[in-house]
Design a protein around this ligand. Structure first.
Ligand SMILES: NC(=O)c1ccc[n+]([C@@H]2O[C@H](COP(=O)([O-])OP(=O)(O)OC[C@H]3O[C@@H](n4cnc5c(N)ncnc54)[C@H](O)[C@@H]3O)[C@@H](O)[C@H]2O)c1
Length: 380
């Protein structure tokens, strides 16, 4: 019997992505996996039902049947409480669970004996790169953020020599040069702006410069375990603030992407820095969802303060749903090679390093320690 994989339509308001796209369905079908898709699941991302059936998927309109009949459920967002109740014990769920923000759902899945793989927990090792949904979705977010910045900016980004005279190029500053920041820098360069990038990890400097942008240097290196940033000391924060303040005051567009895993995003742009910017300048804060890198950011809104537009988008990958879904689906295809053997059987031994690290819930137990602690604290 082939492994039965199912993909429901995402129901979170504003979510346009879908977990599998027809191209990946076709590859899975070829590998002997049976794929069921909820009717209309890919429509918002630009993938019609007939493209899925042509790729070998079966369409199901009844959501309850789809959730209850799968061996492996693939999603983008965590299931709702109602959806979680429909999932049969022993089912494997793979999604971006964001456990700390969906504890009620995690508890329900635990009690329902669902095996849950949370893709945000994937280790960032070379072997997991092709599965790394955080990277693929951050790539989309960085690109989209730069376009939002360009759209809000009342200036051209490139230098222009026209009959009406010469136009000077806009200055773009990108704070945080991880995956999203580097993509924002690359996009700003393609648009012809003068670009500066900054990150607390010194290793990011080389990557920023390789894109043709200037790297703002601070004499510290805050790279910690796993290539992520550590929190800065108070003295380091002062030095950083002075340098960032100057760069912000000179920029036409500031894109902020700074994050520290598991913590509130650091405030890099304080209110007085916003006040120092030229009227019409723009800030796009990618960290809006985790508290924002700008003190004035309002998640999900674009506001104007001190004559500066401040955008705090929280759904950037969803805004570019076609390619965000395609990349996500390819990541899942790669992840599934760990869960389904070449002979077409579902793996039940989760000792592989990648599976073990991303396993959030199994056999009625929360395996991820920080989530288990949070649940114990909330007595769920
Ligand atoms: N499989 C892999 O090997 C793999 C995959 C993806 C990413 N990575 C690496 O992991 C690192 C983090 O990637 P990410 O994009 O997920 O990061 P992230 O989203 O956690 O953070 C974004 C950036 O913000 C920076 N930052 C944090 N505090 C800051 C501050 N106060 N000021 C300025 N910048 C600050 C971080 O250093 C990071 O570069 C990068 O080096 C990336 O290349 C490795």
């Amino acid at each position: 019997m082939p492994v039965r994989v199912a993909v429901p339509k995402e129901v979170m308001p504003g979510e346009r992505r879908v977990a599998l796209v027809p191209e990946v369905v076709k590859a899975l079908a070829k590998a002997g996996v049976s794929v069921t898709i909820e009717t209309g699941a890919g429509r918002a991302a630009g993938y019609p039902d007939d493209a899925y059936t042509a790729a070998g998927a079966t369409l199901v309109a009844d959501r309850r049947t789809l959730f209850g009949g799968a061996q492996v459920l693939l999603k983008v967002q965590p299931p709702t409480l109602e959806e979680a109740a429909w999932i049969a014990p022993g089912t494997v769920l793979v999604a971006l669970v964001n456990a700390s923000r969906s504890l009620d759902r995690v508890a329900k899945l635990r009690d329902g004996k669902v095996a849950v793989f949370a893709l945000e927990l994937l280790p960032r090792i070379t072997r997991a790169q092709s599965m790394d949904v955080l990277s693929s979705q951050a790539t989309v977010a960085g690109y989209r953020a730069m376009l939002i910045g360009a759209g809000l900016c009342p200036k051209f980004l490139p230098m222009l020599t026209t009959a009406a005279g010469t136009i000077r190029p806009a200055k773009v500053l990108v704070l945080g040069a991880g995956v999203a920041g580097l993509m924002a820098i690359a996009t700003a360069k393609r648009l012809g702006a003068i670009v500066e990038g900054y990150d607390v990890r010194r290793a990011a400097g080389e990557q920023v410069r390789s894109l043709g942008a200037k790297f703002l240097e601070l004499q510290i290196n805050a790279e910690a375990a796993g290539g992520y940033a550590r929190e800065l000391t108070d003295e380091e924060k002062k030095q950083e603030a002075a340098m960032v303040a100057k760069a912000v005051s000179e920029a036409d567009i500031v894109v902020t992407t700074a994050a520290i895993p598991g913590r509130r995003a650091p405030i890099l742009v304080r209110e007085e820095m916003v006040g120092s910017m030229r009227p019409g300048s723009v800030i796009v804060d990618l960290a809006a969802e985790t508290g924002g890198n700008c003190a004035l950011t309002k998640p999900g809104e674009t506001i104007v303060a001190h004559d500066v537009a401040i955008a705090g988008p929280v759904d950037l990958p969803s805004q570019l749903a076609f390619h965000a879904s395609q990349m996500y689906a390819r990541n899942l295809q790669s992840f599934l090679t760990l869960l389904v053997t070449k002979e077409g059987n579902l793996v039940t031994d989760y000792s592989d390093e990648i599976l073990a690290a991303s396993l959030l819930v199994a056999d009625g137990t929360v395996r991820h320690r920080p989530t288990a602690d949070l649940l114990a604290g909330g007595k769920s």
